[in-house]
Design a binder for this molecule. Structure first.
Ligand code: BMA
Length: 335
């Protein structure tokens, strides 16, 4: 019996899932998950995977594949280790890389979580080859994570999405910088919806935004707290191409959530956590790489056009920045 018989599927899990696990690693690893992704110039898919060791500390490791599904060549040693001596913000590890190629400086920018005694913060590093990295340091102090850079400048400014947490909220924000170092003009991008919603308690960016003709397509994870723990699911929103902090549409329902055994069971069960994507040669196929239950790496495929179409049918322009949808009456007052 299917408990999920009434929803429309737009992202399809690969038959070979999970495509990468700790058992594939050339050196001891406890879990591998939440990978950044990019297509290198020769068409190779590169994943910058989060690898957690048996101390609980994470580092990043590159895996390369010709078809983005199997035949992975994994770096024989960690690609980027935390460096707490020079970067105390990395004391407890580095996690959850998101990769953006910046055409104007012909460089990859890796946004990652630097975890220290003060909590998680947002750090950036530059690389050309995923072998040598030039750390720019901490951009957003704790508690902040789930960050990625947009691939373009807006009025000469870089735009970074991130998710600061306060006592009262865990919402997505956008900040701007002229130089990748000094950040300001902070804008609330999308709030958690509170109440009973699937994305009630915390939301955060999933992979970096995807540029389409109709706007920036943003996949985000939404967290609902329950007495049995947290549920991590995936939602969709569209932002204006020239004003990327202006939300055009936000999906009401979640798009994708933990359903299979490798998403339901693991170190942190009920987590499907995408952090990277590549686009196929047809310009429409999206390969979405995600962490499953904080334990392994899985792949789901879909079509950008179908995602946009889904959003038009399942989205609303009422995004809840001014008021919380959960506080609005959707089904009438009965009077
Ligand atoms: C988030 C991040 C992710 C993790 C997820 C589920 O807060 O820390 O790295 O996959 O929780 O545990």
């Amino acid at each position: 019996m299917s408990l999920n018989n009434a929803h429309e599927e737009v992202l399809f899990r690969h038959d070979k899932n999970p495509i990468l696990t700790a058992a594939d690693w050339p050196y001891p690893a406890h879990t591998v998950f939440n990978p950044g992704a990019t297509l290198l110039q020769d068409g190779t898919t590169l994943l910058l995977c989060r690898v957690e060791d048996r101390r609980g500390i994470s580092h990043l490791c590159a895996a390369r594949s010709k078809n983005g599904v199997d035949g992975w060549e994994i770096d024989a040693e960690p690609t980027l280790m935390p460096d707490p001596e020079s970067h105390p913000e990395e004391l407890w590890g580095i996690e959850d890389a998101r990769i953006t190629w910046l055409d104007d400086i012909e460089t990859y920018v890796v946004a990652y979580t630097a975890y220290s005694r003060s909590g998680p913060g947002v750090a950036l590093a530059l690389t050309h080859d995923f072998k040598k990295f030039d750390r720019l340091g901490l951009m957003m102090q704790p508690d902040d994570k789930d960050a990625a850079l947009l691939p373009k400048r807006f009025d000469g400014h870089y735009a970074l999405i991130h998710r600061p947490v306060t006592d009262v909220s865990a919402n997505m924000w956008m900040s701007y910088s002229p130089d990748l170092s000094n950040w300001g003009n902070h804008k609330l991008l999308l709030p958690a919806r509170r109440g009973a919603w699937w994305d009630a308690n915390k939301i955060g960016l999933s992979p970096p935004p995807i540029e389409t003709k109709e706007g920036w397509l943003v996949l985000y994870h939404g967290v609902r707290n329950s007495c049995a723990g947290c549920l991590y699911r995936l939602g969709l929103a569209l932002f204006d191409l020239d004003n990327p902090d202006v939300c055009l549409l936000r999906g009401d329902e979640w798009l994708f959530g933990p359903e299979t055994h490798y998403e339901r069971e693991g170190d942190v069960g009920n987590v499907a956590f995408p952090t990277g994507f590549t686009i196929g040669e047809d310009g429409d196929t999206i390969n979405l790489y995600y962490g499953a239950a904080d334990t392994s790496i899985a792949l789901a495929r879909g079509s950008i056009n179908q995602l946009l179409d889904w959003l038009k049918r399942h989205g609303s322009t009422y995004v809840g920045v001014a008021a919380q949808p959960a506080e609005k009456t959707h089904f009438g007052t009965g009077s």
